[in-house]
Structure formats: C-alpha cells, structure tokens
Design a protein around this ligand. Structure first.
Ligand SMILES: [Mn+2]
Length: 384
C-alpha cells in the first residue's frame, strides 16, 4: 500500500506557469521584485529551479504574447537544456484595445477575426514547441443588461471554438476555461463549467474543460464538478490556485487545503490521476518571492495528493454500502488528518532529492545570483 502511494507520488506531474515568475500585482499596484526574469528564457530558468528541487514540475506553460519569441525551436531547446519542457500554450485575447467589447464574441466581425487569428497562431506555436495543449480563456462578457445579445454571443463563441477545433492537429487539444465574473460584471460568456462543457461536448474529444479553482462562487462544490467532468471524459486539467474572496490567484492549498484534498480524492477516484489530466498552477506571487512560492505550491499539491491516495478505499466502500455515515466520514478524515510530510520526504530522498525542497533552494544561493546577474533590461510582468 505505502509502496503504491509512493509510486503514485513519484509519477505526479505539476506544470508551472511562466507568468508566476514575472512581476504581478493587483489593479492597484504591481510590486517589482529584484532578480525577476526579463524574458521567456529567464522565466524557464526559474521554472527549472522549481523542478530541480521538487522533481515533479518538469513542464512550463507559456503565455502568448507575453512569451513571444522569434525562434520557438530555440526556446524549446533552451528548456530541454534546463531539464524542463514547454507545456500548455495560453492564449491572450484580453489585453488589446480592440477587445473592449469582447474578443471572439465581439459584435464587430473584424475584431472576432483578429481574436480567432491569435488563437490559430497559438496552435501554430504548439506545432513549433511540441505542446499538446492550448488553454483558452475569454474575458468576454458584458457589463450592463441589454448591452449585447446573450444568445448571439454564444453563437459567435461556438463559431470561434469550432474553427480552433478544426485547426488542432494529431495529439493536440484545447482546454476551455470558465470564470464566473471579472472583468465582465453582469454576464460572462463562459461563466461556468456547464457552459464550457456544452461547447466542448458539441465539438469532440479534443475539446475539454479546465477547472481553475479560483473561478467559482463562494461555497461551490468544486470536487463535484471534477467528479462530473471526469465521468463524462471532459476534464482536461486544472489551473490550481486558491482564493478567499474572488479570483485571488494565491498559492494553491493556502486558503483551503481540505478542499484541495477533496478535489484530489475525486481525481483519483474518477481515474483522472494520469498524464491526460494537466495539473497546472495558475498563480501570481504579488508579495512573496516567486520561485519559493512555486515550490511551496507544488508541495501543497503533493501533500493533498498524498492524503487523497491514503484514503482507505475498501473501508470507505464498506461504510458507504452499510450506510454508516460517521464511519465513512471518519475514513475520509483519517486520511486528511495524516501528516504526510515524512512520507513525501522519503519519496524525495528515494528519488535522489533533498527531503526539504524549500531549504535546498534557499541554500543553493540562486536567489542571490539572479539579483546580482539580472541587472538592466525590462522585467517581465504587467505594469511594473
Ligand atoms: Mn486560470
């Protein structure tokens, strides 16, 4: 049993996001940090540090155009030299002036065309980087009742998704991300998993839903959504982060580690603990140092996973079939209450890693090196 759990933990893969290493903040202030990467090459170097000390973060998601380069083959080579690979390609149809009234759902066909061209460009970048996953998030929506036609916007969305779907090659898929609100405040065009699921279901198996854990109303039972989507074969992956109030993008497992455990339990229970589910971080480290913030996040996911793997399935099934409410709940809580840190330390040591990734990173001196070396140039990030 412990051997199975260890083997499962060893094969875990968590993807880091390039944007987590750049400067970030809120709409009030971006706090610049010293040593922050100036380009995608340096972001990959920082991401490689996370993998180096955790051993389970071997891929890095890119965001286009933030990570645009002239030579993607060269960027991929650079990643490989660092011991990581390029992961999901994240599209961006939210930061241009043209998108004020939406991107693929904009009433203006010329803006819709521009947005679609960008999405297709992202698939082209997947061809060049060998990435299998395109992540689609649309900021599209409206602020006022009557501002635009809700149904027409769904038609426009379906048209764009269909065009992207048709462009996907062998081994490529897209993950459609939903978000309850923000930046649109009255109606968002992909506000929930049901909308995302319905669009994906019409298109085919290469269209899947990504669950960003910060994109729900307070109190939403996210693990139910996970169980449902897995059952339908439509859970493409996660954007992990945690939230207290809105889309806070805080470290996963920081706000509610019990929720993360429940989510990981449903992933495992539903057969989703495979390479087909993308376990990605989507976070911004506004006030904490970024590389250790990512290491901590990876460890939080590992801990939730270890606890979920420890749920005694036989005891749980027996209690459930007997209708023993308290015994069933106790099986769950026993697993959650287990201190899995010694187990994870063992797994790391058996893999030739330091049992304490945070301490090992700190000792490495990398943080001081990047502050000393990354002088001049423009730091990556928004508004810093
Ligand atoms: Mn996200």
């Amino acid at each position: 049993m412990a051997t199975d759990v260890k083997a499962a933990l060893r094969r875990q893969r968590i993807e880091t996001p390039s944007w987590a290493f750049g400067n970030s903040g809120t709409r009030f202030k971006v706090f610049a940090q010293r040593g922050v990467p100036r380009d995608p090459y340096e972001k990959l170097a920082d991401a490689a540090q996370v993998h180096r000390y955790t051993g389970v973060a071997p891929s890095v998601a890119l965001h286009i155009p933030w990570d645009k380069v002239d030579d993607y083959a060269d960027l991929s080579r650079h990643a490989r030299d660092l011991g990581v690979a390029i992961g999901a390609i994240n599209s961006n149809v939210f930061q241009d002036d043209d998108y004020m009234l939406g991107s693929v759902t904009n009433p203006d066909p010329a803006v819709r065309r521009k947005a679609l061209d960008h999405l297709l460009e992202c698939v082209g970048i997947m061809d060049l980087t060998g990435s299998g996953t395109l992540k689609l998030w649309f900021s599209d929506g409206i602020n006022y009742p009557g501002q635009d036609d809700l149904r027409a916007r769904q038609d426009r969305l379906a048209e764009a998704l269909s065009a992207v779907y048709d462009r996907l090659g062998e081994g490529q898929r897209f993950l459609l991300e939903y978000k309850l609100f923000e930046p649109a405040f009255y109606a968002t065009d992909v506000p929930d998993w049901g909308t995302a699921y319905a669009h994906c279901a019409k298109l085919g198996p290469k269209a899947q839903v990504v669950v960003d854990t910060g994109h729900h109303a307070p109190g939403t039972n996210i693990e139910f959504i996970v169980a449902f989507l897995l059952r339908e074969g439509r859970l493409g992956g996660f954007d992990f982060n945690s939230r207290f109030y809105a889309d806070d993008d805080l470290m996963v497992g920081a706000a509610d580690p019990f929720q993360l455990f429940r989510i990981m339990y449903e992933v495992i229970r539903g057969g989703g603990y495979t390479e087909h589910t993308a376990f990605m971080l989507d976070q911004c480290h506004n006030i904490e140092p970024k590389i250790p913030g990512q290491i901590r996040s990876v460890m939080n996911v590992q801990e939730a996973t270890a606890k979920a793997l420890l749920v005694d399935g036989d005891a749980l099934a027996a209690a459930q079939s007997e209708g023993d409410v308290l015994a069933a709940n106790a099986v769950f809580m026993d697993a959650y209450d287990t201190d899995v840190r010694p187990l994870l330390a063992e797994v790391r040591e058996e893999s030739g890693l330091d049992p304490d990734p945070m301490a090992a990173y700190k000792r490495s001196g990398y943080a001081g090196t990047i502050v000393a070396e990354r002088v001049g140039g423009a730091q990556a990030g928004w508004g810093a």
